[in-house]
Design a protein around this ligand. Sequence first.
Ligand SMILES: NC(=O)c1ccc[n+]([C@@H]2O[C@H](COP(=O)([O-])OP(=O)(O)OC[C@H]3O[C@@H](n4cnc5c(N)ncnc54)[C@H](OP(=O)(O)O)[C@@H]3O)[C@@H](O)[C@H]2O)c1
Length: 260
Amino acid sequence: MAAPAVVIVTGASRGIGAAIVRRLRQAGATAVAVSRSPIAGQQSQPHLRSATGRLHPIIADVADPSACARVVGETVAAFGRLDALVNNAGMLEPVARIANGDPAQWRYNLDVNLLGPYYLSRSAIPHLRAVGGRIVNISSGAALKAIEGWSAYCVAKAALTHFTRQLATEEPQITSVALRPGVVDTAMQALIREAGPGVMTEEKSTYFQSLKDKGELLDPDVPGRVAAWLALSAPAALNGQFLDFEDPRLADAVQDGPGP
Ligand SMILES: NC(=O)c1ccc[n+]([C@@H]2O[C@H](COP(=O)([O-])OP(=O)(O)OC[C@H]3O[C@@H](n4cnc5c(N)ncnc54)[C@H](OP(=O)(O)O)[C@@H]3O)[C@@H](O)[C@H]2O)c1
């Protein structure tokens, strides 16, 4: 029997990352779950009782280059292989106009959203090359448009999307994709509703509030399933692509399940 796939998922303590980890384990993969705070409760969730995949939590801040090298080193030491890296950890702050924001917060945003994926990819590449593995970068619609008050986030996500193309160009043995996960009911959306008014235009603040009020935010499992499928099964033809979670090229395959 083939050894289970081993996948590093950052930002796994809640939200989309926790959903990716659940889907990977349901598909039998080993999930190395990275976050700054401990992963709580995954073992006791009823829908995971039938999950066969292992959970291996690692506490790390992806803004720290040595911590990123440790995550990859510990994974390969524990499981002898690495099949995929999902760069999901992200942060929105600072929510502030460029003229008013704190430069230290702006820099930390880029450390987390952009440099973390770079550090992890750099350490992971030799192991991913060896198995024809995959890198899934969780991007955003904000990579494509400017939203007032989100300058660090929009710039970081645009750069992360281009970093994905760069990976595809330099590492053809690895399949690298950027995924737009949709507008998802997580702590990040709660922060937008709380910190956005007065910084974003009234029209945009009202839009995000109305998505919540009308129950139109996505469940994290929706992009979680797509990201898990991409980590385990994305074909080489998608290398370097920016994909929407509803991309028709993914629909049929994702319907069939998150596993290979
Ligand atoms: N929610 C949306 O509508 C939406 C839309 C587009 C894109 N996205 C993207 O989707 C990804 C997940 O977002 P989410 O909505 O699930 O957000 P979330 O609920 O705020 O979760 C963010 C996750 O990232 C982790 N994290 C943050 N900073 C970290 C760091 N320095 N090192 C390690 N882990 C860190 C957090 O854990 P700790 O705090 O424990 O470290 C948490 O597990 C992000 O990249 C986000 O930009 C979300």
